[in-house]
Design a protein around this ligand. Structure first.
Ligand SMILES: NC(=O)C1=CN([C@@H]2O[C@H](COP(=O)(O)OP(=O)(O)OC[C@H]3O[C@@H](n4cnc5c(N)ncnc54)[C@H](OP(=O)(O)O)[C@@H]3O)[C@@H](O)[C@H]2O)C=CC1
Ligand SMILES: N[C@@H](CC=O)C(=O)O
Ligand code: NA
Length: 459
């Protein structure tokens, strides 16, 4: 019994996926039963590094998702449209779907999972978060009995690659980004990586699984890495930190907050050098999950790139094939309900059967939306860099303004000069974000303060 795959996209991830499927030797024997049946691309004339069955490649992707012979559609074209419509069409034609597309799931996951549950098909997305790292399946299965307290991750390979190279070699931001693009790590529009959108999509997906509710993407607070300068990387290093783009989801059950809200945020963060996430470098990702009773568990591995991401894609295909296989026949010889409904002139008589009882550990069934606390209510430490006039008493004035708003300072140092201005770096103790910003508003009015070029949170 072969499972016919309709592969949408033959770029970085699609090519890696085809390479595994075309070379099953030494892998799980079920891989031999997965057949690349059709492949959809934008430009079928392009020379490809994989040899595909004759006539398999087409630019008519709709014909793949509606093809009655296709069992599993693999969406690795990326972007929002036509990805969303193709996934929905595949579902309505009874196809199971595997996708690496976090952007589409973070925005349209509710619509897609409602449709999939109704149609009795699976939509799996292991590749969408952490590339090759198994993290989606463990959250759904192996960690499912835990009450999750927090998920903290380095979930974007491109930005971690950029920050690592800036830190270790003093490399230039634009040069390293171009390299990450060449290596196939970056999104088609790399601002999705640099400005934190990709990490926000990923933490929304992880939080939804960890905390068992849907997440509205606009509730995720987001900052990218473009404001991180070489100077901040150097000062952070002197203070015993490395700067990482972290994606954080945690549940804070405060005594005076009975609503049990989540805090969701993506921003560059000073991570103490002794923290397990501090040593994650290059394109590697890591996701630190804390729950009860397990305590801490960390998932680590390559977060982007053809081979690792394809490993996750094919593991999802394998999971679906295994479930279909253990359920016995997965095709019907009757007339397809879709063909009947569409009054098809040539009724389809061999089509994928919907599954009446979807495996509860492979599906996503939650319906309610999680409550999210606003960023102003976050309590965190801050790092701030100030440019001030070189006058006596400036540090005292900064201290007074912070004190006026209940901000307690852990360290304050004058680090040097930038032209005519003195540079002062402050690290605070834990402070309510809203109070910290009020203090900064007051500081900005001080005659001796020129500007505040950097403001970063500290883990
Ligand atoms: N790259 C990575 O490391 C990772 C990527 N992902 C996700 O995987 C997905 C794919 O990424 P990646 O492989 O890097 O992307 P690429 O840009 O390398 O490949 C995209 C592929 O899809 C095809 N395609 C794109 N748009 C259309 C369209 N409108 N109609 C037909 N074909 C289309 C392209 O065709 P053609 O070849 O003819 O141009 C190409 O084959 C994205 O959702 C991405 O976020 C997830 C984890 C890691
Ligand atoms: N652009 C993404 C690719 C994987 O999801 C990244 O850099 O992490
Ligand atoms: Na993954």
């Amino acid at each position: 019994m072969a499972f016919k795959i309709g592969l949408l996209g033959l770029g970085t991830v699609g090519t890696g996926t085809a390479q595994i499927l075309l070379d099953p030797s030494g892998r799980n024997p079920l891989v031999e039963e997965l057949e690349i049946y059709r492949v959809g691309v934008r430009n079928p004339e392009k020379t490809r590094p994989v040899q595909l069955p004759p006539g398999a490649v087409t630019s008519d992707l709709e014909s793949i998702v509606t093809d009655p012979d296709v069992d599993i559609v693999v969406e690795v074209i990326g972007g929002l449209e036509p990805a969303r419509s193709l996934i929905l069409k595949a579902i309505s034609h009874g196809k199971h779907v595997v996708t690496a597309n976090k952007a589409v799931i973070a925005r349209f996951g509710d619509e897609i999972y409602d449709a999939a549950n109704e149609a009795g098909v699976y939509v799996l997305l292991e590749a969408a978060v952490g590339g090759g790292i198994p993290v989606i399946q463990p959250l759904k299965q192996a960690l499912g009995v835990n009450r999750i307290r927090s998920v903290i991750g380095i979930v974007n390979g491109t930005t971690n690659y950029i920050l690592t190279r800036m830190q270790t070699e003093g490399a230039d931001f634009a040069d390293v980004l171009a390299e990450a693009q060449k290596l196939g790590y970056a999104e088609a529009d790399p601002t999705a990586d640099v400005d934190g959108f990709d990490a926000a999509d990923k933490i929304a997906i992880l939080a939804s699984l960890a905390f068992g509710g849907r997440i509205k993407l606009e509730d995720v607070y987001r900052e990218g890495i473009s404001q991180v300068s070489a100077a901040d990387i150097a000062y952070a290093d002197k203070l015993g930190f490395v700067i990482k783009l972290l994606a954080i989801a945690n549940r804070e059950m405060l005594q005076d907050d009975p609503t049990d809200r989540l805090r969701l945020r993506v921003h560059p963060t000073l991570v103490p050098r002794t923290h397990p996430l501090a040593s994650i470098s290059g394109v590697y990702n890591a996701i630190l999950v804390e729950g009860d009773p397990i305590g801490q568990v960390m998932f680590f591995g390559p977060g982007a790139g053809a081979g690792p991401t394809a490993s996750a894609v094919v593991s999802d295909i394998l999971n679906i094939a295994a479930v279909l296989k253990s359920a016995g026949g997965h095709r019907s010889t009757g007339v397809s309900p879709v063909a009947a409904e569409e009054n098809s002139p040539s009724p389809i008589t061999n089509y994928p059967l919907p599954i009446t009882n979807l495996h509860p550990l492979l599906t996503c069934t939650h319906q309610h939306y999680c409550k999210i606390a606003p960023i102003e209510e976050l309590t965190t430490r801050f790092y701030a860099r100030f440019l001030t006039k070189d006058r006596p008493g400036v540090i005292g004035k900064l201290g007074t303004s912070f004190g006026n708003h209940g901000v307690s300072i852990e360290s304050i140092v004058q680090t040097g000069f930038q032209g005519e201005f003195a540079e002062i770096v402050v690290v605070t103790h834990d402070v309510r974000e809203g109070d910290f910003h009020q203090a900064l508003d007051e500081i900005r009015t001080l005659d001796s303060v020129d500007s505040i070029p950097s403001l970063l949170r500290v883990l």
